[in-house]
Design a protein around this ligand. Structure first.
Ligand code: G
Ligand code: MN
Length: 265
C-alpha cells in the first residue's frame, strides 16, 4: 500500500507523463458583492499507480526534480485555453489566476513563454494573475525579480501566495510591488484565536497602506467570511463559496451566474 511519502512520489515521478496532470478551478470572489473576480487554476495529479496525489505532496517533488518548469507551463496553457473557451461561450468576464514557482521565474525565457501563451489563446495581459510562492528562493534572485517586473509592466497582475508563511515575505514586499496579497489559509483556519485575528487584521492594513488588494484563502465558514469582510478584506476564496472543481462543473455555474448578472444590469 502506497503511503505517498516523499520518496515514493519521487519514484512515481520518474516516468512522468505531463498529461497525468490536470486542472481544477476555484473562484475568488469580491468580498462585497460575492461576484467572481478571478478563477484560480489548481494543479492536480492522477498518478497511474498511486491515483490522486495531494498537491502539497507532489509540488515539492516537482520542484526538486525541476519537472515544475514544464508541468507549470502545461498548467498555464491548459488554464488559458479554458479561459478562452469560457470567454467564447459567454460564460464569464473573470480572469484566470495561475500558480507559478520561483524556479519558473528563473528560466531565461519565462516572460516570453507567458506572452506567447496569451497570444496563442487571444487573451490580454489583464486577464491573467500569476500567484507566486516560495518567496525564500525568489528574493535576491535578480533574474526572477526582473522577470516579474517585465510581466507586471505588460499588465499581468502578480499576487503573493500563502502570505505570512515564508521567512522573507516582508522583504518581498520591499523588493517588488505585488498587485495583491493572499493571506495563507492557516491564519484563516485559526481566526477563532484572537492573536490570529490581529495578525490577519494587520496584514489587511499593511496591504492597504502599500496599495495592494488583500485576498483571504481557505474561507470555510460564514463566521470567517463575515469577520474578514468586517476587517476590510477585498476578496475571498474557499470551500464556503466554491470547491475546486473540474472545468465542466464550473462552466454550468459560471454560465448561470453570468446570465443572472447580465439580466440585472
Ligand atoms: O498554495 P495555494 O494557496 O495555491 O493552494 C491552494 C490549495 O488549497 C488547493 O489545492 C485547494 O484545493 C486548497 N483549498 C482551496 N480552498 C480551500 C479551503 O477552503 N480550505 C482548505 N483547507 N483548502 C482549500
Ligand atoms: Mn494559489
Amino acid at each position: 500500500m502506497l503511503k505517498n511519502s516523499h520518496e515514493e512520489i519521487s519514484i512515481l515521478m520518474e516516468n512522468l507523463e505531463y498529461n497525468e496532470f490536470f486542472v481544477h478551478y476555484q473562484p475568488i470572489v469580491d468580498a462585497a458583492t460575492y461576484e467572481i473576480r478571478w478563477i484560480e487554476a489548481l494543479a492536480r495529479w492522477n498518478s497511474p499507480i498511486a491515483g490522486t496525489v495531494s498537491p502539497d505532496k507532489f509540488i515539492p517533488v516537482l520542484e526538486e526534480k525541476l519537472h515544475i518548469i514544464p508541468v507549470g507551463m502545461h498548467i498555464l496553457k491548459k488554464a488559458c485555453m479554458q479561459l478562452k473557451r469560457w470567454y467564447s461561450n459567454g460564460c464569464t468576464n473573470s480572469g484566470i489566476s495561475v500558480n507559478v514557482s520561483s524556479l519558473q521565474l528563473q528560466q531565461h525565457n519565462f516572460a516570453e513563454a507567458v506572452v506567447t501563451t496569451l497570444h496563442e489563446f487571444g487573451l490580454k495581459p489583464h486577464n491573467l494573475v500569476l500567484e507566486i510562492t516560495e518567496s525564500l528562493k525568489l528574493m535576491g534572485n535578480e533574474h526572477a525579480l526582473q522577470t516579474l517586473k517585465v510581466l507586471k509592466e505588460m499588465g499581468i497582475r502578480i499576487s503573493i501566495d500563502d502570505f505570512g508563511t515564508g521567512y522573507n515575505c516582508l522583504k518581498c514586499l520591499q523588493e517588488f510591488e505585488f498587485t495583491s496579497i493572499k493571506i495563507d489559509r492557516s491564519f484563516v483556519a485559526n481566526m477563532g484565536n484572537n492573536r490570529c485575528k490581529i495578525i490577519i487584521d494587520s496584514i489587511i492594513s499593511l496591504g492597504h497602506r502599500i496599495g495592494v488588494k488583500v485576498i483571504a484563502e481557505g474561507v470555510e465558514t460564514i463566521e470567517q467570511c463575515n469577520q474578514l469582510k468586517h476587517m476590510g478584506c477585498d476578496m475571498l476564496q474557499g470551500y464556503y463559496f466554491y470547491l475546486p472543481s473540474p472545468a465542466e462543473e464550473l462552466s454550468l455555474l459560471l454560465k448561470n451566474d453570468f446570465i443572472n448578472k447580465s439580466m440585472v444590469q
